[in-house]
Structure formats: structure tokens, C-alpha cells
Design a protein around this ligand. Structure first.
Ligand code: SF4
Length: 373
């Protein structure tokens, strides 16, 4: 743990990238109704192949240090070199925390990925983010694949088995709250907590340009009601006994509060650090501050695209792109407009970037632990 804490603190204190999302493929074997990236993936897939391992190697050699890396997609498991990609970041950008979200449709791949990861990244922490959008057939219906829920359960068993050997292997469960499961969210929370009481569970509000347009049709109160129910359940959850639970609870509470405010306010809710402390690299090499801003910039006279630059067109020099005039323009736009949205990752990383917010988070966790909410 000391090595990971040392590397992450170095990234934090020197103002480098706390959180990087790397899209490793635009291919996907799910058809989620609420997918926010389907259109972008389809468009990019027509134009260019995904970055190769050799290209990713070049990028990591010209990149600032990275605190946490998420390998996203599409379905990351459709690519066979995930451990090798992690190793490049481990070696070249001092990354120690890795997350791979997966739809669990290929549970047989966990073992080879995990064992190869730990051979390559000795002090690394690997977390799998597993979706649970309903209990039983609702999960399958929302994600467009029959039998997906059974594969989720199978995946959890496989990971839990491997945790006996790999102590730094973790997973969490996450629901995307949308029109399709708004009436089932209590059942999902109950299921997660009663079956996996020591596993972090959370839910995120549906966002972006969803595959089915009505995915975002849900009353404003739905999110707040889900938060209330979640808090009432977690107040008595054993995970609170973990030493970091005060910070964890503080973070969840504060992020939920910001999401709730951002539902009705598109600016001024928090100071977004996208493009600065967090970044997205798409599989075609485009670099963007986040996954959402692009859809908001249409008709903006000063900034017409959220893309900071393309790595293939810039000799894979990420540092160079981040210092470019285009990057400055987009960051100024984010700052000057007070851009805010409901994307939990952006809120979380923006909050922890600021030492004052971090202190408030810890205080909020302490208060919620002592019952002063
Ligand atoms: S507030 Fe949201 S849309 Fe705006 S820059 Fe941050 S992450 Fe992107």
C-alpha cells in the first residue's frame, strides 16, 4: 500500500492527472438502452481503428503521471491486451490504481486478465466495476442480452475466488438509474446490500446521448428518493466498520448532493477540473476533458468542439496537447461558464482535487457517522 499511496500522493501534489479514462475499443456485445456512448463509438469505428498497444506505449512515454486509470469502451474484455496496457501505465506514468468496467458477458476471461495483471503490475490495485441494472430479467432487458444477470453472478463468484490469492483485487457494483429501473431501484439496493454487504455499491444517474431517447425520462425526484433510500440502508451497513468508511461516506454524500443540484443547474454547482485533473482518451486518439462537453458545445461561437487534439496527429504527445492553444481555450470555457453536470466521476475527481473540499468530505463523513446528517 505504501508504494501506491506514495505514487498517488505524488500525482496529487504535483497537479498531474488524477483520473484518466482510456477507451480501448468501440466494440460491444451488449445493447444497453441507456448507453451514453453508442453514437460516438459507431462514428469513430467507421473512421479509424482503436489505438494499438504500440501506440499506447508511445502515449504513456509522453504523458504526465496518472493517479488512476479506467479502461473503458465498448466492452474492454473484447480486447486481449488489457494487462499489457495496464503495465505500460504502471511503468511509464506511475499508475497504481486500475479500474476495468465490464458487462460480465465473458466471465471466463477474468482469470487470465487478473493473473497476467499481477505478474506485470506487482503493487497495482485492480478493481472491476460490475453493472447491476435490475434483479434477474430486468437486468437482461435493460442491457439487451438474455442471461446477462446469471453471468453477473457467475463473474462475482469468479472474482471472489481469486480474491483469496490476490489481496489487492476488488470489485464494486453499480446501477445506472434510468426510466427503465426507477421503480426497481429499492429492490436493486436491497439485493446488493443483502447479498454483498461488504462490497461497495452505488448508482449513477443516466446521462448523455442515450441509445433510446426516453432513457432519461424520469421525474426529478427519482434521484433524490433513491439517495434517501440508499442512505437509510447504508446507515446500518457493516462496510462502515472499515477504517476508510468515514471518508467513503463523506464522498458519496457530497457527490450525491452535487448531482442533485446539477439536475436543474448546468453551471456553478462545482468547479469542474475536467481537462486539467481528469481526462478522456478515445480509442481513435482524440483527447477530451470529459464524455459530455462535446454535446453541449454545438452553436458555441468560441469553442465548437471539446476535442483538445488527436494523439495520432500529434506524435502521441499528450503533454503537448495539454499545453496547446486549443486546450487552453476549452479549459477557459469550462472555467468561465462554471460548467456543471451530473457525471459522478467528474464531480468526485473535481472535489478531491481541492484540499478544502477534501477536508469538507472527511467532515461530512464524520458527521454522518455520528448521526448528524
Ligand atoms: S461539468 Fe461535466 S460537461 Fe462540464 S466539463 Fe465537467 S464533466 Fe464535462
Amino acid at each position: 500500500m505504501l508504494d501506491a499511496a506514495f505514487q498517488y500522493s505524488g500525482v496529487y501534489l504535483t497537479g498531474q492527472i488524477l483520473y484518466l479514462i482510456l477507451y480501448v475499443t468501440s466494440r460491444c456485445n451488449s445493447r444497453c438502452k441507456m448507453c451514453f456512448s453508442w453514437r460516438g463509438m459507431e462514428e469513430r469505428r467507421k473512421c479509424s481503428p482503436a489505438l494499438s498497444l504500440e501506440e499506447i506505449d508511445k502515449i504513456t512515454q509522453h504523458s504526465p503521471a496518472v493517479g488512476q486509470l479506467t479502461l473503458s469502451g465498448g466492452e474492454p474484455f473484447l480486447r486481449d491486451d488489457l494487462p499489457e496496457i495496464c503495465q505500460l501505465f504502471y511503468k511509464n506514468t506511475h499508475t497504481r490504481f486500475f479500474t476495468i468496467p465490464t458487462n460480465c458477458l465473458l466471465p471466463e476471461k477474468f482469470e487470465v486478465i487478473v493473473s497476467s495483471f499481477y505478474k506485470r503490475c506487482h503493487n497495482g490495485y485492480l478493481n472491476f466495476c460490475l453493472p447491476i441494472d435490475g434483479v434477474g430479467t430486468l437486468h437482461d432487458e435493460i442491457r439487451g442480452v438474455k442471461g446477462n444477470f446469471e453471468k453477473l453472478i457467475e463473474s462475482i463468484k469468479v472474482i471472489q475466488q481469486m480474491q483469496h490469492v490476490h489481496k489487492r483485487l476488488t470489485f464494486n457494483l453499480n446501477t445506472v438509474l434510468s426510466k427503465y429501473n426507477k421503480n426497481a431501484i429499492r429492490e436493486i439496493i436491497d439485493y446488493a446490500i443483502s447479498n454483498y454487504p461488504d462490497i461497495p455499491y452505488g448508482f449513477a444517474l443516466v446521462r448523455g446521448d442515450t441509445r433510446l431517447e426516453d432513457a432519461k425520462v424520469l421525474p426529478e425526484s427519482a434521484y433524490n428518493e433513491a439517495c434517501e433510500y440508499y442512505r437509510s440502508k447504508y446507515r446500518h451497513n457493516p462496510i462502515r466498520k472499515a477504517p476508510y468508511s468515514m471518508v467513503q461516506k463523506g464522498i458519496v454524500r457530497m457527490v450525491q448532493d452535487k448531482v442533485s443540484k446539477s439536475i436543474t443547474n448546468a453551471s456553478g454547482v462545482f468547479r469542474c477540473r475536467a481537462g486539467d485533473r481528469m481526462l478522456v482518451i478515445y480509442e481513435n486518439g482524440d483527447v477530451s476533458p470529459c464524455e459530455i462537453l462535446g454535446n453541449r458545445l454545438y452553436n458555441n461561437a468560441n469553442v465548437t468542439s471539446a476535442t483538445l487534439g488527436n494523439l495520432r496527429d500529434s506524435s502521441y504527445n499528450l503533454k503537448g496537447i495539454l499545453k496547446s492553444g486549443k486546450a487552453k481555450l476549452v479549459l477557459e470555457h469550462i472555467r468561465n461558464t462554471g460548467c456543471s453536470c451530473t457525471w459522478e466521476c467528474a464531480i468526485f475527481n473535481s472535489l478531491i482535487s481541492n484540499p478544502i473540499s477534501l477536508t469538507k468530505i472527511i467532515a461530512k463523513g464524520v458527521l454522518s457517522k455520528t448521526g448528524h446528517r
